[in-house]
Design a protein around this ligand. Structure first.
Ligand code: NAP
Length: 314
């Protein structure tokens, strides 16, 4: 029997309680589940399910832990709690999170591709005039980050007909997606991406990766969709590029400070769409299955999925 502590916030506990029990039963995992850290001796916990908003923010007393399973794909918060270099931390990879991001990215890419705003915005076109809407095969979409989320978005955008370019640390092979790595690959992608999607993690290397120089190197009239992290972008440079029209629109889901402060220029900017970090969320049913499957992998001596590489920061 293994002991699992779900350290989620109060709203998540009633959702994950049945979902984790059902997933464990289905998978044949004998599990004692706790949802209240006060109700279990820390040293008895084998696996801790971590939530950035949950009650456990210090892993030091949990001396018997085999691993921490993060409820989120982003790992900045969980890595701050983990003083032990030998304690594995798995980031969340689950189909609900991946599908949600796919929907968000495809929705916003199609909006910018078709320039839907000119028909539904504050000042819609009122003339009945034949125009030729653009075709996806003539549109280049660049994706920075080809991990669990970026690779899936890239494959599905390519399936819709877009010319998809992707960039990651390591060279990838994704059918119908032209994959790049390294500094030259980044420059090539940036110079061609009419719609740029950011799905990178926030690390020392990716902070302000989209700086003034790279924003200027994007094609005239490019759009940006940032669903990765706010820190990926130099926001002053982006505002300047939006104001002079070099960037047509930016859809922003993530910010340096969240919630985005009420006086931030993005809120009222006509070329910016703000969404409140809702691009995708972890879904209790599918996430519980992924958590249980990862615990079973560990129990049977297989490597867990999504283990964070501490030196890389993701
Ligand atoms: P992931 O599987 O860890 O993928 C990260 C990708 O970024 C990988 O392709 C990685 O390259 C690449 N990368 C990292 N550092 C790089 C660097 N210095 N240069 C080039 N490429 C680099 O992460 P994921 O699950 O796809 O999630 C990506 C991010 O999305 C998360 O970290 C989180 O910040 C964000 N997110 C946002 C929301 C939201 O609602 N807005 C929801 C979930 C996640 P390799 O493949 O070579 O390692």
């Amino acid at each position: 029997m293994i002991t699992v502590l779900f350290s989620g916030d109060a709203a998540k506990r009633p959702l994950y309680d049945p979902a984790l029990r059902e997933a464990a039963e289905k998978a044949g995992l004998a599990m004692q589940l706790h949802l209240d850290p006060e109700a279990v001796q820390p040293e008895e916990v084998d696996y801790l399910v971590y939530d950035g908003n949950g009650p456990v923010q210090d892993f030091a007393p949990y001396t018997g832990l085999r691993a921490v399973l993060n409820l989120w794909a982003g790992v900045e918060a969980v890595m701050r709690c983990n003083p032990r270099p030998d304690l594995p931390v798995a980031r969340m990879i689950e189909p609900g999170l991946t599908e949600g991001m796919r929907d968000y990215v495809i929705g916003h890419v199609l909006r910018h591709h078709l320039d839907i705003d000119q028909y539904i915005g504050a000042d819609p076109i009122t003339e009945w005039e034949l125009t030729f809407p653009p075709l996806s095969r003539n549109r280049t979409v660049g994706i920075l980050g080809l991990g669990a989320l970026g690779a899936d978005c890239g494959a599905h955008l390519a399936h819709l007909g877009f010319q998809v370019l992707g960039w990651a640390r390591s060279q990838k092979e994704i059918p119908e997606v032209t994959c790049f790595s390294g500094a030259n690959g980044l420059s090539e992608l940036i110079s061609r991406a009419e719609i740029l999607v950011l799905l990178l993690p926030h690390t020392e290397e990716t902070a302000r990766l989209l700086n003034a120089e790279r924003i200027a190197a994007l094609p005239e009239g490019a759009c940006i969709v940032n669903a990765g992290r706010g820190a990926l972008i130099d926001h002053e440079a982006l505002l300047e590029a939006l104001n002079r029209g070099h960037i047509r629109h930016a859809t922003m889901d993530v910010f340096d400070v969240e919630p985005l402060p009420a006086d931030h220029p993005y809120w009222a900017h006509p070329r910016v769409t703000v969404t409140p970090h809702i691009a995708s969320v972890t879904r209790p049913e599918t996430a519980s299955e992924a958590i249980v499957a990862n615990i079973l992998r560990d129990q049977s001596g297989e490597p867990m999925l999504g283990i964070v590489r501490r030196t890389l920061g993701y």
